[in-house]
Design a protein around this ligand. Structure first.
Ligand SMILES: NC(=O)c1ccc[n+]([C@@H]2O[C@H](COP(=O)([O-])OP(=O)(O)OC[C@H]3O[C@@H](n4cnc5c(N)ncnc54)[C@H](OP(=O)(O)O)[C@@H]3O)[C@@H](O)[C@H]2O)c1
Length: 277
């Protein structure tokens, strides 16, 4: 097919070049994992970041080449856009984006139609990963448009190296994923911190609590996955009648924890809708 990158001639993408624009938390996490999984070798990757100190550090740490933005755009077949959504409009104005490239955007709230309009590209992958891509345990919800089936298959291979990839047909699901899997690690860590602070106030040692919580959360999720049970049934297994867990949860309900969570979900959702580009 005319204009298509011919992946079939390089099963392991040996001659493909990938550009990562924005090497902050997510850009560097993706870089780390694709190198670890050997999806691409170091010499196939080009990076760019506005923050030149950060760019230099990442380039030295992972031994990948940092280049000036237009060079990255010119040389790369795939371009991963890992800049913040609020930087996208000015980025679009600053660069002249080559039209035949495959753009993989992980920017929250930036719709494929906006990417098409602002960069003038046709081959767009919109993805919502989370931080756990750094260890290959991410959740990546994604949707492509304008890609051939061969190109789509190869994008899937990249995501597979990052964790659990979930390809969707409806772009709204990417927005929903932002609130669940994108932000999810933040919610969990907040909950962990709440537990930590609450029990620390009772005089328990921070080090001891941290160790127990990390092991407990890890085991709890593995168990749930193995048993395929819903949280309500699992709670019943732990919160026996008249027990301590039941007391803890009852207190949360009395203090209207459900209402608080509903409000938090509502305001996060409103914010997610309002900031759409
Ligand atoms: N963090 C998460 O857990 C998460 C999860 C899912 C999706 N995302 C999405 O991933 C994207 C990146 O998030 P992040 O947390 O990695 O942000 P970040 O740590 O702030 O990294 C973004 C990097 O891009 C740089 N940058 C800004 N404008 C640029 C430009 N024109 N050219 C090159 N580099 C530029 C920034 O430099 P300066 O610092 O100098 O501005 C920064 O180093 C966001 O769009 C976010 O919505 C994040």
């Amino acid at each position: 097919m005319k204009g298509e990158i011919n992946f079939s001639k390089f099963t392991n993408f040996e001659t493909i070049k990938i550009g990562i624009i924005g090497c902050g938390t997510m850009g560097s996490a993706i870089l780390e994992q694709i190198l670890k999984e050997r999806v691409f070798s170091k010499n196939q990757i080009l990076i760019n970041d506005k923050d030149k100190k950060k760019e230099r550090e990442i380039s030295q740490k992972y031994k990948v080449k940092a280049s000036e933005i237009n060079e990255v755009l010119k040389q790369s077949d795939f371009i991963i856009l890992a800049i913040k959504p609020q930087d996208f409009l000015s980025f679009g104005k600053e660069v002249s984006f080559p039209k035949n490239k495959i753009v993989i955007s992980i920017m929250a709230g930036v719709e494929a139609s906006s990417i098409k309009k602002i960069l003038g590209v046709k081959k767009i992958v919109r993805a919502m990963p989370n931080l756990m891509v750094k260890i290959g345990k991410g959740v990546i919800v994604w949707k492509e448009q304008g890609l051939s089936s061969n190109e789509t298959r190869n994008v899937k291979k990249i995501f597979k190296a990052l964790g659990e990839e979930i390809r969707v047909k409806d772009e709204n699901l990417i927005s929903q994923a932002t609130l669940i899997s994108g932000c999810g690690p933040g919610y969990l860590y907040f909950f962990e911190d709440l537990l930590l602070k609450s029990f620390e106030r009772l005089g328990f040692s921070e080090k001891f609590i941290s160790k127990l919580l990390a092991g407990t959360f890890f085991g709890a999720i593995l168990y749930q996955r193995k048993e395929k049970k819903n949280p309500k049934d699992l709670i019943k297994m732990v919160a026996s009648k008249g027990g301590v867990t039941e007391k803890f949860l009852e207190t949360l309900k009395e203090k209207k924890i459900y209402e608080i969570f509903e409000q938090a979900a509502q305001s996060a959702n409103n914010h997610n809708i309002k900031r759409k580009i």
